[in-house]
Design a protein around this ligand. Structure first.
Ligand code: HEM
Length: 203
């Protein structure tokens, strides 16, 4: 691929196009795991697990976006910060599928005994994600003023907490959970460890 073509691809994959891509790509991936997972309840549960994972991958990019740009200014980190709103909406799309398949479990009477902590903790996570997606536009940002930042900060931290609570306890027995757990803690460190300390350590 020529560098012109690469630039075109990079330009194309930004802004609202990212969200439409997420809608189609995650939808297709869910259909594939639903069918290969044996359809019915096992297929639905496979799609729930898949969407939990696609969401957390996006979270690992969005949560430390500004901190990464400050530490490692470059084309990739600038692209992430420039497209953070659309990456956030793509995350909401991914978790919209999570919600859709959970609704499917309840509707088919196969949800079983989902722990109360998942129902209420995860339910609050869905409420935050819905509010964040609905306000991810300039007009809402202007209208809400400082509350916009409070909402988005509280929401992203809550979703981060739900993921830590889901994956960290399984880390000793599940390598994927361990990897994601490390990633989640790493993103928190990126946001909170001052850059001067990091460069002093490196020196
Ligand atoms: C922001 C909200 C939520 C987050 C971040 C979240 C995250 C997760 C995670 C990390 C997993 C494990 C995936 C894996 O095995 O790798 C999972 C699975 C699951 N979630 Fe969610 N969840 C949320 C909301 C909910 C809610 C509200 C419910 C139900 C009322 C729910 C029901 C389930 C079920 C049933 C599974 C297990 C599927 C299976 O393995 O059979 N989730 N979720």
């Amino acid at each position: 691929m020529t560098s012109d073509a690469r630039t075109q691809v990079a330009r194309g994959l930004q802004g609202p196009a990212l969200v439409y891509t997420a809608l189609v790509f995650f939808g297709a991936a869910c259909a594939v795991v639903y069918v290969s997972g044996g359809e019915g309840e096992s297929g639905v549960r496979a799609a729930i697990r898949l969407t939990a994972r696609t969401t957390v991958l996006l979270l690992l990019v969005i949560f430390p976006a500004s901190a990464m740009l400050r530490r490692w200014p470059g084309a990739a980190t600038r692209w992430i910060v420039r497209n953070r709103r659309y990456l956030g909406l793509s995350l909401a799309v991914s978790h919209g599928y999570h919600a859709l398949f959970i609704g499917w479990l309840y509707a088919s009477g196969t949800a079983g005994d989902i722990p109360a902590a998942t129902v209420y903790g995860g339910g609050l996570g869905f409420a935050f994600l819905a509010a964040m997606a609905a306000t991810s536009n300039d007009a809402s940002q202007r209208a809400l003023g400082a509350n916009w930042r409070r909402l988005h900060l509280a929401g992203i931290y809550w979703v981060w907490i739900v993921y830590v609570a889901s994956y960290v306890p399984q880390a000793a027995t599940n390598p994927f959970a361990a990897l994601i757990g490390l990633g989640l803690i790493g993103t928190l460190a990126l946001r909170h460890v001052p850059i001067s300390t990091a460069s002093a350590d490196a020196a």
